[in-house]
Design a protein around this ligand. Structure first.
Ligand code: ACO
Length: 355
């Protein structure tokens, strides 16, 4: 029995390799740092989906189909009920899409992510949604649908760097959930429902919002030690630190930190965050001398998405907009594997009395 499944290998994949001992992440042959520095979202979609859909077009055509699918998805926004937080708004919107195992289904999911996320942000603010522009790149359109303005090249590139960095990451909880659902042949939308439901938990994709809450509560560098010590003494987990697989620094944290540093006006916030990060790492090392707890991707994610003026309530949904590429590719890989995922349990309940 292995309750967290740490030592269980449950899939063979050609999608990504997480080397937790050496802090390396390879996505279909690309080191994540290179992917983050050079690829747009559309390129990453093509990279992850190739080999899994026979009708996958070239990158330019795929970009055009993603743009057209954003426009189609916008018609569904009005059907999503009020009163949902942003990640549930996205999950509900996705659930309205046709559920099959085709490339069209994967395109619709990837395209609809930013449309529903941006509409949810605006609905929370009491603003009307902004229709997508099929001619913009996905990242530029995502930011425009939130703010109403076409972003600069640097901002669109930074969002691309984020979405591409988080597009896949081995058999993490949400990807595993997607593969389990896909193995029942329920469809890619159902697999994405499994993925987003797992992602929304604070121990997985719900951490970056609370990272900013922590920075805000600490407020000034002089408060760092006492704030952190009292959180740890209450047994709280500090968001943006620790990882199930990495025993060294998460390589995605540095890929994203470089992307934040390229954005204008971020140096002061980065300096403050660096101070908090160093203080947290020192305190965690003291409390857990036998366990290496390092910075994970969520810490830099928080700084990057904040700099792009994406509200913190939308961080998990934005994460899902990147990870949908991995969920759909893994779902297709699991379907091709052709085996229903069905582990066993050990019964520890009462036994019936024998007559
Ligand atoms: N803050 C304080 N203590 C921590 C933290 C943390 N961030 N992370 C681990 N610990 C503690 C655990 O409570 C545990 O203490 P205990 O033995 O007294 O119970 C000890 O360190 C060892 O824990 P691990 O075995 O390393 O933790 P696990 O592998 O179960 O959990 C997880 C990994 C969930 C990511 C954890 O580190 C955590 O909760 N981090 C904060 C949330 C976070 O940042 N999540 C995003 C992860 S990245 C991603 O999913 C995209």
């Amino acid at each position: 029995m292995d309750s967290g499944l740490e030592n269980v290998v449950a899939a063979e994949t050609i999608l990504s390799d997480v080397d937790g001992q050496n802090g390396r992440l390879v996505i279909r042959g690309w080191p994540v740092q290179l992917l983050a520095a050079s690829m747009a979202y559309e390129d990453a979609a093509h990279l992850l989906w190739q080999g899994f859909f026979e009708d996958l077009p070239d990158v330019a055509d795929l970009g055009a189909r993603l743009g057209a699918a954003r426009v189609e998805a916008f018609d569904l926004v009005a059907k999503i009920p009020d009163g949902l937080d942003i990640v549930r708004f996205l999950r509900t919107g996705w659930s309205l899409l046709e559920d099959d195992e085709s490339l069209n289904s994967a395109i619709r999911l990837a395209a609809a992510g930013p449309v529903f996320t941006a509409a949810a942000v605006r609905r929370e603010r009491g603003q009307a949604p902004i229709a997508p522009d099929a001619d913009l790149s996905k990242s530029a359109d995502f930011l425009k649908m939130i703010t109403g303005k076409v972003p600069g090249e640097a901002e669109a590139r930074a969002l691309d760097a984020y979405l591409v960095t988080v597009c896949d990451h081995g058999l993490n909880a949400s990807t595993f959930a997607s593969r389990v659902v896909a193995s029942t042949r329920a469809g890619l939308v159902s697999a994405a429902m499994g993925g987003i439901s797992a992602l929304k938990g604070p121990l997985h994709g719900g951490a970056p919002g609370p990272v900013l809450d922590m920075l805000d509560e600490i407020g000034i560098p002089e408060n760092a030690e006492s704030w952190i010590d009292s959180a740890l003494s209450r047994g709280e987990r500090l968001m943006g630190f620790g990882h199930r697989v990495y025993r060294v620094r998460d390589p995605r944290a540095d890929a994203l930190k470089a992307a934040v540093a390229r954005l204008p006006g971020t140096s002061g916030r980065i300096a403050f965050a660096d101070h908090i990060e160093k203080t947290v790492l020192g305190r965690l090392a003291k409390k857990y001398p036998n366990r290496t707890l390092e910075t994970n991707v969520e810490f830099s994610t928080a700084l990057l998405l904040e700099a792009l003026q994406i509200p913190r309530e939308a961080f998990t949904a934005t994460f899902a907009c990147g990870r949908i590429l991995g969920w759909t590719a893994h779902a297709r890989e699991q379907i091709a594997e052709g085996r229903l995922v069905r582990p066993r349990s050990v019964y520890t309940g009462p036994v019936p009395e024998m007559a």
